[in-house]
Ligand binder design. Structure first.
Ligand code: AMP
Ligand code: MG
Length: 335
């Protein structure tokens, strides 16, 4: 009897102690608008002040990168680069310099499917304006003569970027959200946040796990059903980044014209409807979600298999078929 009492007391004490050692993590969330996208962030923490600071840091990371890379703001660094095309090199921040450097590296690795000189072509289509429309073929052909990204001149010592021909227009829309995501995650880690989720319009990063210790789950939108989920993916400490022809588009004569351009002909790429990349770097995942979309399901998946950094990739076609890397199943959740 006495023994039993001691055991019960010990158990009570133990449960109490363990309760003290692990204060409950509470979910704090915040939604904000940046980079033309609603961004949703959740942070788990036992410390409310820290959680608020962490959410502030995430918001600041997106606002900062937005300010630097917004082509439609006259005083952004990207505007300075574009205004000085054919005139002079422009001194930039380390963030813009390294975004451009990484983008150019992966342009080559994707055989030019990723091309940050697509800005002029984007403008001809009117993406970013209120009235997008199909441009004249001659105008597209003319704009394509100024998209040779190999001509971009970087000077690492002086941190300058130079577009050597007048009319060249740089657009970082395919990489900036991923880059901002990496910056936000770095800030969270520095603050000691271990569990969080950032979703910038399908540009997701999952840090640690959910409050109950199970992995964060990420629904991949069905490209042809705004309410539907095509697959549920899960992961820990990884970017899970999607691009799709459903994110920004207009329709004319029954054809969907969207914002991911095939640099080979200046038209919206047709072979894919959605792509998702799972890998540690959100910057590169963002680049690849755009460029593998251009490559299409067969070539795109083949290329993804060649990159060691890529953990898994998935491409959905307009008729709803799913193409994936060999290990895609390892990341598929039950739902
Ligand atoms: P995402 O939503 O990440 O797929 O990026 C789409 C954005 O990237 C577009 O809104 C353009 O700003 C830019 N973009 C479109 N096509 C390309 C391309 N082939 N290479 C690089 N950037 C592109
Ligand atoms: Mg992208």
């Amino acid at each position: 009897m006495r023994k039993l009492l001691v055991l019960v007391l010990a158990l009570l004490l133990f449960s109490n102690l363990s309760g003290c050692a692990e204060p409950e993590q509470i979910k704090y969330d915040r939604d904000f608008f940046a980079m033309d996208t609603y961004i949703a962030c959740q942070v788990l923490s036992a410390d409310e002040k820290l959680a608020v600071k962490a959410l502030d840091a995430v918001e600041a990371a997106f606002m900062d990168i937005d300010r630097l890379t917004n082509r439609f703001e006259q005083d952004s660094e990207i505007s300075a680069i574009n205004q000085n095309a054919g005139i002079a090199p422009v001194k930039v921040s380390e963030d813009v310099y390294s975004m451009v450097e990484i983008a150019l590296e992966w342009s080559d690795k994707t055989d030019g499917a990723f091309n940050i000189l697509i800005g002029d072509v984007m403008d001809l289509w009117g993406f970013g304006s209120d009235q997008p429309a199909v441009p004249a073929e001659a105008a597209l052909a003319e704009a394509l003569t100024r998209t040779d990204y190999h001509k971009i001149m970087l000077d690492q010592e002086n941190l300058t970027i130079y577009l050597p021909e007048k009319g060249m227009v740089m657009d970082l829309g395919g990489v900036a959200k991923g880059y901002a995501t990496d910056k936000a995650v770095a800030a969270l880690k520095e603050m000691g946040i271990e569990n969080a989720l950032i979703n910038a319009g399908g540009n997701v990063y999952v840090l640690g796990s959910r409050a109950d210790g199970t992995p964060w789950k990420v629904g991949v939108q069905d490209p042809r059903d705004p309410e539907g989920i095509k697959a549920v993916l899960q992961g820990e400490n990884t970017a899970i980044i999607s691009s799709g022809d459903y994110q920004r588009y207009f329709e004319a004569d029954g054809i969907r014209y969207h914002h991911i351009i095939d640099p080979a002909d200046g038209y919206p790429a047709r072979a894919s409807a959605g792509t998702t990349i799972i890998m540690k770097s959100a910057t590169i995942a963002d680049i690849l979600s755009t460029s593998l979309f251009v490559k299409g399901p067969v070539e795109g998946i083949k290329l993804a298999e060649e990159f060691d950094e890529v953990d898994a990739a998935m491409i959905i076609t307009a008729d709803g078929k799913i193409f994936g890397t060999k290990n895609l199943n390892d990341y598929m959740a039950e739902n």
